[in-house]
Design a protein. Structure first.
Length: 68
């Protein structure tokens, strides 16, 4: 069995992607918390676990969860 190592630049890239994903989820949670219930499609409580799904959850909230 061989050991696979990740280059330092790949580690940095993964770190940046992780930070961006966490920031994206934080912004979705912040927006959900500060938005009135009548401005959100569906119950606000249902969006909490949905936002926890990496990338797809926050993107879905911003695309489909906010009434415009």
């Amino acid at each position: 069995m061989t050991k696979t190592e990740i280059s330092p630049s790949a580690k940095a890239g993964l770190g940046v992607l992780g930070i961006v994903q966490v920031a994206f989820a934080f912004l979705a949670f912040w927006d959900l918390a500060h938005r009135d219930a009548d401005e959100v499609r569906g119950p606000k409580a249902a969006w909490i676990p949905a936002i926890l799904v990496n990338w797809i959850g926050p993107a879905s909230y911003f695309l489909f969860g906010i009434r415009r």
